[in-house]
Write a protein that binds this ligand. Structure first.
Ligand code: CDP
Ligand code: CDP
Length: 224
């Protein structure tokens, strides 16, 4: 599997990682993995089953046994479509809590690596380049100002029919990023070998083109 290329896109909340990663995957005909969805699904499953967000053993068990289906950009849990509920900040915050528990991260590791299939994988999260796919061909740290990211998430939630509040979102995203950056396992941070992509003033298309150019530059640099 190590000769199957991976493009790893990590970064803070609502920076555009998922949108950009999915479009890069489409452009290259690669598979796509939204790793954050697995942490969100674990938090949602815990909420539904009444498992406390600090019960590490029970959460790891839930994570290992998630009955999940990814199809056509939608996500199902236990046979129910949950894509929209997963994007709420309530679930994002729960995800960030369960993601700080080492046993949960270990439980999700092999499930993530199984997405590495020919002809290639584009994936986004916090530790795609550092822990899950350390041999990724291209590692990007995608970011934007906190205000811009809160705006992006606000628009995204409003378009899905959720009632969102911009200043609350800014506070929630900042708290979540701080927790993700402070944890001892797989913290949110730009790896020394990751390329910084600052998108505060970039369109989605410009960000996609930049990631593709980084990947292609590396391929031709390695070429025959
Ligand atoms: O879309 P957004 O960046 O807001 O969140 P996400 O990527 O869906 O991730 C939700 C939470 O899961 C994050 O706040 C992290 O705590 C955690 N996560 C993680 O720890 N490692 C990953 N590879 C992906 C997500
Ligand atoms: O995956 P992550 O949480 O990092 O972000 P996302 O869900 O892909 O993007 C959050 C929102 O920002 C989406 O509605 C994107 O369409 C939007 N976005 C944008 O407006 N401009 C960009 N350069 C990138 C994303």
């Amino acid at each position: 599997s190590t000769d199957i290329p991976v493009i790893a896109i990590d970064g803070p909340s609502a920076s555009g990682k998922g949108t950009v990663a999915a479009l890069v995957a489409r452009a290259l005909g690669f598979h796509y993995l939204d790793s954050g969805a697995l942490y969100r699904l674990t938090a949602l499953a815990a909420q539904r089953r009444g498992v406390a967000l600090d019960d590490e053993a029970a959460l790891a068990q839930l994570a290992r046994n998630l009955d999940v289906r990814f199809e056509g950009g939608e996500i199902w849990l236990d046979g129910e479509r949950v894509s929209d509920e997963l994007r709420t900040e309530r679930i994002g915050n729960g995800a960030s809590k369960v993601a700080a528990l080492p046993a949960v991260r270990t439980a999700l590791l092999e499930r993530q690596r199984a997405f590495r299939q020919a002809p290639g994988l584009v994936t986004d999260g916090r530790d795609m380049g550092s822990v899950v796919f350390p041999d990724a061909a291209t590692k990007i740290f995608l970011t934007a100002s906190a205000e811009e990211r809160a705006q992006r998430r606000y628009k995204q939630l409003m378009e899905k029919g959720f009632d969102a509040n911009l200043s609350n979102l800014l506070e929630e995203l900042s708290e979540r990023d701080a927790r993700d950056a402070a944890r001892s396992v797989a913290p949110l941070k730009q790896g020394a070998d990751a390329i910084l992509l600052e998108t505060t003033h970039l369109s989605i298309d410009q960000a996609v083109a930049t990631v593709l150019a980084c990947y292609q530059a590396r391929q031709s640099g390695q070429g025959a």
